[in-house]
Design a binder for this molecule. Structure first.
Ligand code: PMP
Length: 292
């Protein structure tokens, strides 16, 4: 990495159909996406030269765009091909891939019907979302004051830029108090997810995870549920109330960036980095690397 600033790195960025030099992939300050958060994006990881579940990510990218009323002027295949070509151009075998779709500059107000839709893809090296030491000991989460919004107050199933405002606020508050991340409850007060990852719990050899009815149903989440079922574990998707946190033995996060990350604390509650969590961590690693 040439620099710590993301607007100043080496390599190419795919933007609106062209591979541009990294520093030339620019947008104007009067861009609808920047003022009104009209942008959707994906987070993908490549392992051993292959982007894991690329098609699923591209489908979710287009679904998110549709939820925000954006008609993408590219096909799924064009985006998949651009991701794969860019990975090769960047020359990484393990990397993070970030496609984004946004509204341009033709209209600068709440209404945006005439705005052109743009797309870009950037790929960089991002070894671990959380520090490897914190991850192995189990991450420490605080409980956020922010709630995941109700489905009739925001496009909650889209991976939309605007939904991350409360995630950044939650994560900043957690980090300021020495935590790694924050757990968010939802508008009903049920356990929802972390600021950029889904959450799972283990109790009595069974796995519990909140039903994703007002937050992202992560691709990693679904992958890990399948891995757990493959081990004959019972996976229960249901509403989880905060007063249940005390009774869970193990807890872990799942996400493309976070992968499977064990938790040691959520607010006042402690968890062990136990066998089921460790098994799923190893399994996930083997699967994404094509070794399973
Ligand atoms: N929830 C949020 C808020 C996220 O940002 C992510 C990461 N994309 C996830 C859950 C997990 O989704 P995935 O497993 O598809 O990366």
């Amino acid at each position: 990495m040439a620099s710590k600033s993301f607007d100043n790195m080496d390599g190419k960025i795919w933007m609106d159909g062209e591979f541009k030099d990294w520093g030339d992939a620019q947008v104007h300050v009067l861009t609808h996406a920047m003022h009104y958060a009209s942008a959707v994006f994906e987070g993908q990881r490549a392992y051993n030269g292959t982007i894991f579940k690329l098609e699923e990510h591209t489908e979710r990218l287009f679904a998110s765009a549709e939820m925000l009323g954006m008609d993408v002027p590219w096909t799924h295949d064009q985006i998949n091909t651009a991701c794969n070509e860019l990975l090769e151009i960047q020359g990484f075998s393990d990397a993070y891939c970030r496609p984004i779709i946004w509204r341009g500059s033709e209209m600068m107000g709440v209404a945006a019907q005439a705005n052109t839709i743009h797309a870009a893809i950037a790929i960089w090296q991002w070894p671990s979302y959380f520090s490897p030491e914190a991850r192995m000991k189990g991450l420490r989460l605080e409980i956020s004051d922010w709630r995941r919004p109700a489905p009739d107050t925001a496009p909650v199933h889209a991976k939309a830029a605007g939904l991350y405002m409360i995630c950044t606020l939650s994560k900043h508050a957690a980090e300021a108090r020495g935590y790694d991340d924050a757990l968010m409850f939802d508008y009903r007060g049920q356990v929802a997810e972390a600021t950029g990852a889904n959450i799972f719990f283990v109790k009595g050899g069974e796995i519990h995870t909140p039903t994703p009815d007002c937050f992202l149903d992560g691709i990693t989440r679904r992958t890990v549920m399948d891995l757990a079922k493959g081990h004959g574990l019972n996976v229960i998707e249901r509403a989880i109330m905060p007063d249940e946190l005390e009774g869970f033995e193990q807890a872990f996060l799942t996400g493309t960036a976070a992968e499977v990350s064990p938790l040691s604390e959520i607010g006042p509650y402690n968890f062990e980095v136990g066998e089921i969590t460790k098994t799923l961590m190893l399994d996930y690693d083997a699967l994404v690397r094509g070794e399973k």
